[in-house]
Write a protein that binds this ligand. Structure first.
Ligand SMILES: *[C@@H]1O[C@H](CO)[C@@H](O)[C@H](O)[C@H]1NC(C)=O
Ligand SMILES: *[C@@H]1O[C@H](CO)[C@@H](O)[C@H](O)[C@H]1NC(C)=O
Ligand SMILES: *[C@@H]1O[C@H](CO)[C@@H](O)[C@H](O)[C@H]1NC(C)=O
Ligand SMILES: *[C@@H]1O[C@H](CO)[C@@H](O)[C@H](O)[C@H]1NC(C)=O
Length: 494
């Protein structure tokens, strides 16, 4: 750019030195954007006699034939009519030409000719016009790192071939656009800068700031990715995982910021600072805690956060079973979310549900037979745990053993006593029993038949109430019906 503008300038200055010769200065080639206009810089000189010339005519033509420009517009070739003009002052030796609405058919060599009062001259120098279909992409420049909330100015440099056909420039970000700069020479092109003053936000971080230049029918875009520095936001206390070590969980302070937070602070719910470290170890069951994330741009607190720390069940060792008449087992399960609790007796294929539960205490109460152990199994979505509880037999066994022993002893005593008394009474009171004896004799034969079949059930259903006691067989010999009657009497007396 500098090179060309210097060249152009020097050459304008130099021309008077060449005064007296027939010479024209123009670049060898000029690149123009199709559809836009193009400028051909040009100066010329001629031999100066004593006479000074005031009447000049400048003519541009292409390939020695077609007239591109003539003051007399009727002489201009059809394809250039209305599109060309001299933009310099011929009296100042400026022969610069502007061609509008450049098209690809304009490509070729252009030459200048001057006609003065006494002589005419066609210069031998040539400039070729090169039509370019696509404009160059604009260049966006902005500070490497911007700060959220702080206004900044971005520049979009657009190259074009002609200042009178400036493109329409739009930005991807809203902001205040300033008027374009004066076009600067940029090699064969002109460069115009467009400024946008805007206030970046954290949302703009890593987003493209783009500038779109719309030429006649052609649109090009340039961009630069914004790097926005912003203080922390979205600050949260996060439990690192459900993995627990001795009831502690490791907490981290998550946040979003650029650059990343470089220090942290931890506060208890009453505002007391607990630590200044990236992580904090917290007892599993606890009150709210807050963390503050700090970076170069500022700091932000999470605010008190109560954590819902999830962990698999842990069955407390206080869990136990007691056996009274029924077995009563209590399983104390600590978990979050709450666990599902199942019980297994000796037959592990059969699960029992808790009969009642209160918070983390699950109770199984019921007749389970006489298991030596009862297993409590707890699971939640994070895992499972089980414990095998001893079910003490002492209570129930003693109860049953003593109970049975007492009954058996009592029964034997009774039988003994009754037998003895029966022997005496049989002799003393035969009449009393006649009717009944006959009946019972009949019953006895029935009974014997049935006893052969040997079904207790039959006995219960068919026999008289007294015979129920037959089940308590004291000796090998079954009671006679007489004795059964006597038994009945005895019991009735009791
Ligand atoms: C953009 O920058 C590149 C590299 O610096 C340069 O080659 C190009 O000419 C520039 N374009 C414009 C439109 O200034
Ligand atoms: C555009 O912004 C640049 C950089 O901030 C500044 O140097 C230049 O003067 C501005 N130009 C205009 C036209 O506002
Ligand atoms: C416990 O495990 C059983 C299968 O073993 C499953 O069906 C049930 O959903 C689990 N309960 C919970 C709370 O995860
Ligand atoms: C009970 O826990 C032990 C480990 O403590 C495990 O090996 C076993 O598989 C568990 N039993 C059931 C039924 O989950």
């Amino acid at each position: 750019m500098v090179f060309w503008s210097c060249l152009f300038f020097l050459w304008l200055k130099a021309s008077p030195a060449n005064a007296g010769e027939w010479s024209a200065k123009m670049p060898e080639s000029v690149v123009g954007l199709s559809g836009s206009c193009v400028l051909i810089p040009c100066t010329f000189s001629y031999p100066e006699n004593e006479k000074t010339y005031t009447e000049f005519t400048g003519i541009w033509y292409k390939e020695y034939s077609a007239v591109v420009y003539n003051k007399d517009t009727s002489k201009i070739a059809g394809s250039f009519k209305g599109r060309t003009s001299l933009i310099g002052d011929l009296r100042q030796n400026d022969c610069s030409l502007k061609i509008n609405s450049l098209s690809s058919s304009d490509a070729g060599s252009f030459m200048f000719r001057t006609e003065m009062k006494y002589f005419k001259y066609s210069y031998g120098e040539k400039v070729s016009i090169i039509g370019k279909e696509t404009p160059e992409n604009p260049n966006v420049s902005v500070e490497e790192e911007v700060t959220s909330g702080k206004p900044v100015t971005a520049t979009c440099a657009v190259s074009h071939s002609c200042p009178s056909d400036l493109p329409k420039v739009t930005w991807s970000h809203h902001g205040k656009q300033s008027s374009p700069s004066q076009p600067q020479n940029h090699g064969q092109w002109k460069l115009t800068s467009y400024n946008l003053t805007f206030t970046p936000s954290r949302e703009d971080h890593n987003k493209r700031l783009s500038c779109t230049a719309e030429f006649k029918g052609k649109t090009v875009t340039g961009y630069k990715t914004l790097k926005v520095k912003y203080p922390p936001y979205n600050v949260n206390v996060v439990a690192k995982s459900s993995v627990k070590e001795n009831d502690f969980v490791e907490l981290t302070c998550s946040s979003n910021s650029n650059p990343p937070a470089n220090s942290y602070q931890w506060f208890s719910s009453n505002g007391k600072m607990l630590a200044e470290s990236p992580t904090y170890k917290l007892k599993r069951v606890s009150e709210a805690i807050s963390c503050t994330a700090i970076n170069t741009e500022g700091e932000k607190s999470s605010g008190p956060q109560k954590l819902n720390i999830l962990y698999p069940p842990e069955i407390k060792s206080e869990s136990s079973c007691q056996s009274k008449i029924l077995t009563v087992c209590v399983c104390i399960v600590d978990s979050n979310p709450p666990s599902e609790v199942k019980w297994f007796g000796p037959d592990s294929s059969k699960a029992f549900s808790s009969t009642s539960s209160k918070q983390n205490e699950f109770t199984l109460q019921g007749w389970l037979g006489f298991p030596e152990t009862v297993q409590c199994f707890a699971n939640n979505s994070l895992g499972s745990s089980n414990i095998t509880l001893e079910a003490p037999q002492n209570g129930i066994i003693i109860y049953i053993a003593v109970g049975s022993a007492v009954v058996v002893v009592l029964a034997c005593i009774l039988v003994y006593v009754v037998r003895r008394r029966c022997g005496k009474r049989a002799a003393q009171q035969p009449v009393m029993k006649n009717e009944q004896t006959q009946k019972t004799t009949q019953n006895k034969s029935d009974l014997e038949n049935k006893e052969v079949k040997g079904s207790n059930e039959d006995i219960y259903t068919n026999s008289s109430k007294g015979r129920v006691y037959d089940n308590w067989g004291c000796g090998a010999t079954p009671f006679s019906s007489d004795r059964a009657l006597e038994d009945e009497a005895v019991y009735a007396n009791m």
